[in-house]
Structure formats: C-alpha cells, structure tokens
Write a protein that binds this ligand. Structure first.
Ligand code: CP
Ligand code: NVA
Length: 340
C-alpha cells in the first residue's frame, strides 16, 4: 500500500501516545508515521475520502504565532472528519488567569487531542502529564517534532531513501528546528552536520545523546564552523531564521554578525552534491517583502538573510513541497494516536 514503505515490524500501535519530541519515538515508529503520511498524501491527491476520525474533537493551543502548523492541524483534522477549535492567549484564559496544567485538565474532558505551541518544552511535557488525551507539540523553544516528519518526507520524495544521505544544517545550530533535525537524522540514519559558529552549537548533552543514537543507526553527528568543509558533498542543506520567536529584538545585531558567513547561497550549493536540495521550515527572510526583512535592511543593510533569494527561488528549493507535507505528516500523527 505504501510506495515508500520499509516498515516491516508488523502491527504498530501508537494509540494514546503523546508526540512531544522525536527522542521519545523509535526509528520504526517514525518509519510508520512517514508511511502513513505518504499514504494520506496519495489519498488526498486521488480524492479518496478518509474521514476515519469522524465525530472526534481536537483543540489547538497557540501561545506563539503560526501559519503552517495551525493550518496543517486544521486541514488534517477536517480531512479526518473531526471538529477543530483554535485558541490563542488573546481569546482564552490560558496563561493569564489559568495555568497551562489546569487548562489541559479542563480541555481533556471535552477534546480527544490537544496541540500546543509555546515556550519551554517543560510546559508541553507538564501539559501532557496533566492530560488524559494525547498532546502534540506544535513547537517549543527546544523542539519542533512535527516539522521533522515533513522534512523527512520531503527528503524521501526526492531521494527515494533516507539512510546514508548527508545532511547539513547552517545557521543557529541550537534552535528548536536544528535540535530536532539532529535527533531526526540520528534516528533515521542520515549523517548530520551542524555548520554554525561555535557559540551556536547545540548543547553537549543533546549532541552526546544523538551520537549514541546515530551509532546505533550507522550514521554520524558532526559539528563544524568551517563552511567549505561543512557543506562539501552534502545532499541536503537546511536553514532557519537567525532569531527565533520569543527571543528579544536586541539579539538581531549579534546574531547577524555571527551568522552572515553561514548564509545558504550559490557558493554553498556549488560545493554540494549535484542532486542536492535546499530545505527551510519557513517562514524565511530571503527578500525584502516582510516587515522584519525591511527593518533589518534599514538597520544593517542586508537584502536577504539566512538564504539568498537566488537559492530560495531555484529548482534546488523544495520548501513549498515541504510546507505542504506538514499537513500530510500531521494528519498521520493525529490518526496514529487517536484511531481506535
Ligand atoms: N514551519 C512552521 O512551523 O511554520 P509556522 O510557524 O507558520 O507554523
Ligand atoms: N526557529 C523558528 C522556527 C519557526 C517555525 C522559531 O522558533 O521561530
């Protein structure tokens, strides 16, 4: 049934599991979610109805802004036949008058699943502890696990495999996306390189954990601040914004000074393998068509930041396929954790 299926482990049951970080999931379980996502994508393209969770209700809690994650959860929910409620701090008691834990204890009496996007990972972990229904992490300061599933799916669509590929992340190597990519690569057998200034390398404890996982899966985790060596012979280059949501405005100047040498541009692409691709979780500052992009231009004179417009708009760039795959993969997570 699954074109890309390599999952041969028999029955897989993820019912009632939280989805908080990829460290909690085995390679087989991730494989199963990817297979489901490929299948859901095929069904959607062929117009095959799949309202498998008709009558169930889910709630989306957002303490930070979102386009992709929110819409992916909403559309995935509707396609599965569910009812979806969106709550942000401006329209609920969450945070101001009621703790996240109490909010979770109320919501799990009404809903079958809860998505949370916010600040510390410890918040989503305690939310999950307080909830009797599955909790899905839609991004915290430390991790962004649903993003990784879409990234792996996009890589697989292009290369028809995951194991043995060479993956480099350039930029803020210790943000939520970079942390999660390092875990995802280690779990799924891709050689991971973090190409960042030393000040922005991931925490040693997470690197050590990922190196142990990588060894089990026949791949490596490398940290370098050498752009030429770090990007040589890579198959996938990935970047993300230089300043993440929740960080203070004042860090921009320092971050720009640290990261301008680590931009993904044509020189980087030319150093990679001929079939290489570019990925970005989005949103991206690749031109001056955003408020922040223009204000950075006015203050620091940059026309583009983490990726050049040339690379972003090139045929190497798979960022919009990647964005679409957020929906198919999130649908797989919802389905796998809620189906009877
Ligand atoms: N990639 C991602 O999570 O995008 P949003 O912030 O728009 O959800
Ligand atoms: N690192 C970024 C990812 C956005 C999807 C942020 O947290 O803002």
């Amino acid at each position: 049934m699954y074109e890309y299926a390599t999952y041969k482990g028999g029955l897989m049951n993820l019912k009632n599991r939280d989805f908080l970080k990829l460290l909690d999931y085995t390679p087989d379980e991730i494989r199963y979610l990817l297979d489901l996502a490929h299948d859901f994508k095929k069904k959607k393209k062929e117009g095959v109805e799949h309202e498998y969770l008709k009558g169930k209700n889910i709630v989306l809690l957002f303490e930070k802004t979102s386009t992709r994650t929110r819409c992916a959860f909403e559309v995935a929910g509707y396609d599965l036949g569910m009812n979806v409620t969106f709550l942000d701090p401006g329209s609920s008691q969450m945070g101001k008058k009621e703790s996240i834990e109490d909010t979770a204890r109320v919501l799990c009496r009404m809903y079958d699943g809860i998505e949370y996007r916010g600040f510390s990972q410890s918040i989503v972990e305690s939310l999950a502890d307080a909830s009797s229904v599955p909790v899905w992490n839609g991004l915290t300061n430390e991790f962004h696990p649903t993003q990784m599933l879409a990234d792996l799916m996009t890589i697989e669509e292009h290369f028809k495999k995951l194991k043995g590929l060479n993956f480099v992340f350039m930029g803020d190597g210790r943000n939520n996306v970079a942390n999660s990519l390092m875990v995802a690569c280690a779990k799924m057998g891709l050689n991971y390189t973090c190409c960042s200034p030393k000040d922005l390398w991931p925490e040693k404890e997470l690197v050590d954990t990922c190196r142990i996982i990588a060894e089990e899966n026949g791949c490596t985790v490398t940290l370098t601040d050498n752009v030429k060596l770090g990007t040589l012979n890579q198959d996938i280059v990935y970047t993300d914004v230089w300043v993440s949501m929740g960080e203070p405005e004042e860090v921009w100047e320092k971050r720009i000074n640290l990261l301008r040498k680590f931009q993904v541009n044509k020189k980087v692409i030319d150093n990679m393998n001929p079939n290489a691709i570019f990925l970005h979780c989005l949103p991206s500052f690749h031109d001056l068509n955003t408020e922040i992009g223009r204000s950075i231009h006015d203050k620091f004179g940059l026309d583009e930041m983490e990726v050049s417009d040339e690379v972003f708009e090139s045929n190497k760039s798979k960022v919009f396929e990647e964005a679409e795959n957020r929906m198919h993969t999130i649908k797989a997570v919802i389905y796998a954790t809620l189906k009877d």
